[in-house]
Design a protein around this ligand. Structure first.
Ligand code: HEM
Length: 510
């Protein structure tokens, strides 16, 4: 190794040690002198650009930053480059907004990847003595649950077996949309995301419990509305409770209290449905009858998980399967309504793949590349999780020119990379056909709506099946138009990326 590089390496290591001891490295050691040193020496966190704590705080709380976190990614990247640091309340986080650098982070994530170890979600579970589910568990505990769930949720054959139950929920969704559109003189359904929330909850319940909970009936049960409201509240409060130093919880108890109450309701709701369904199974078993139907809660119960672990996991699966589905369906349909030529092509594709009058099946969907591309493109423009995270708990890693110390929260700026014109020409345009062509310029880490690797979305295959089946049936029945025609809806961050205002669409009968 050239002497200059060795020296630079040592200088950077020394700089890091000193900076961890609280000394400014620039003052503590001499700056590298040769060009080779300047190029090769990894930089420290102290040398990383980024807004001061006060200016980020101002952005967050005075410029509606909490709901604009996705836009702050674009602003940060334009101002500081692909890597910068910012303090999110008490948490220092390094933002990474380049696909190549995101790849570097993810390839170093280790055996048991950690998404974020600072989550207020974990604090809530600790305070109530609840078990962690797959979203929040770490280490060996996470690995054990992940292996169990992956067996039932990621194998294509297993997933396809949910298609019948999901299609019956889709049928109810179409009937409900029909009812709603008939109530309006111009066949407008206002706030379609609200309908898709109910669909998401009914869909994931059919997968988890193989039973219907009435979300899509004419009269929606009050507990369903409260459950959906609790999820909304919990997501709004997540960012606030994380940005607020714990010491402030006593001074301003409302956000933490509201956050905990929302979780309490969600855990109680899940427990009620799990207990009811497992009691039914116990009766069947006691009578010597076969347990019919296919539902995930039953498989979990057979897998030697404790009841506490089942409650923790099912609550998190319920939660994970609602907003994600609603948001993806809402944006896909919103863009299709605004692009009638694409909608017509997708409709033609569906008609060619499905026999007259039949309900599109999982194998029919396999013959609908454009429909799938529509969903990919919607998730590129509106990634449900606009900024994912990783923490490398046990070692420092190098990302680009920086050494990131272990335990640092690294924010992966997926919103910024998936609208980067170097990888997606006309990045703000809805162009699903881009996914039908091989594009050498596209980086595989530029759009990662389901995350990456061992810790990626375990519900991905179920989610894709559900969204594809729903879109195929909706487009078979309706020609969907924007209402009003020229009223764009922007996304906003509420932990997840959701529509900033109601999406209203006109549903015309085909
Ligand atoms: C279009 C819909 C969905 C999107 C875009 C989505 C996206 C994501 C993303 C980005 C992650 C984080 C991955 C990572 O950190 O690398 C994730 C994790 C997860 N998702 Fe999804 N998701 C969707 C639907 C679902 C559904 C329907 C379920 C449940 C049936 C689900 C269950 C989960 C769970 C349990 C995790 C945590 C996995 C782990 O930590 O091992 N998701 N999802």
């Amino acid at each position: 190794m050239p002497q200059a590089v060795k020296l630079a390496g040592r200088a950077s290591l020394l700089a890091r040690c000193l900076s961890e001891l609280g000394q400014a490295p620039a003052q503590a050691i001499e700056a590298p002198k040769t060009l080779a040193q300047a190029i090769e020496a990894p930089k420290t966190l102290a040398q990383m650009p980024g807004p001061g704590a006060l200016s980020f705080f101002y952005d967050l709380f005075c410029r509606r930053g909490l709901s604009r976190l996705h836009e702050l990614q674009m602003e940060g990247k334009a101002k500081y480059g692909p890597v910068w640091k910012a303090s999110f309340g008490p948490i220092l986080t390094v933002h990474v907004a380049d696909p190549g650098l995101i790849e570097q982070v993810l390839r170093q994530e280790g055996k048991h990847p950690v998404r974020s170890d600072l989550s207020s979600w974990k604090d809530y579970r600790e305070s109530r003595g609840h078990a962690y589910g797959l979203l929040t568990a770490e280490g060996e505990e996470w690995q054990k649950t992940r292996s169990i769930l992956a067996k039932h949720m990621l194998k294509p054959k297993e997933v396809e077996s949910y298609a019948g139950a999901l299609n019956s929920v889709v049928g109810d969704l179409v009937r409900r949309l029909e009812l709603r559109r008939q109530r309006h003189e111009r066949h407008v359904v206002t706030d379609v995301a609200g309908e898709f929330y109910k669909f998401g909850l009914e869909g994931i319940s059919s997968v988890l419990f193989d039973s219907r909970i009435g979300c899509l009936e004419a009269e929606v049960p009050e507990e369903t509305e409260t459950f959906i409201r609790s999820i909304n509240t919990m997501f709004v409060m997540t960012l606030l409770t994380m940005a607020m130093p714990k010491a402030l919880h006593r001074l301003f108890p409302k956000p933490w209290k509201t956050f905990c109450e929302a979780w309490d309701y969600m855990f109680a709701f899940a427990k009620k449905h799990i207990d009811r369904r497992l009691a039914e199974v116990a009766v069947q078993v006691a009578r010597g009858q076969p347990v019919e139907g296919k539902f995930l809660t039953y498989y979990l119960a057979k897998e030697q998980l404790s009841m506490k672990e089942i409650y923790g996991n099912v609550t998190e699966l319920l939660l994970a399967g609602i907003d994600t589905i609603s948001s993806t369906l809402s944006w896909s349909l919103y863009e299709l309504a605004r692009h009638p030529e694409v909608q017509a092509a997708v409709h033609a594709e569906i008609s060619a793949a499905v026999q007259d009058g039949a309900i599109p099946s999982a194998s029919d969907v396999a013959r609908m590349p454009l429909l799938k591309a529509v969903v990919k493109e919607a998730l590129r423009l509106y990634p449900v999780i606009p900024g994912n995270a990783r923490v490398i708990p046990d070692r420092d890693i190098q990302v680009g020119e920086y050494i990131i110390p272990k335990k640092t929260l690294i924010t992966l700026c997926h919103y910024a990379t998936s609208r980067d014109e170097r990888f997606f020409p006309e990045p703000n345009a809805f162009r699903p056909e881009r996914w039908l062509q091989r594009d050498a310029a596209r980086h595989p880490y530029a759009s990662l709506p389901f995350g990456f690797g061992k810790r990626s979305c375990v519900g991905r295959r179920i989610a894709e099946l559900e969204v594809h089946l729903a879109l195929a049936q909706i487009l078979t029945h309706f020609d969907v138009r924007p209402e009003p025609a020229d009223c764009p809806v922007k996304p906003m961050t509420r932990t997840l990326l959701v529509p900033e205002k109601d999406i209203n669409l006109q549903f015309l009968s085909r």
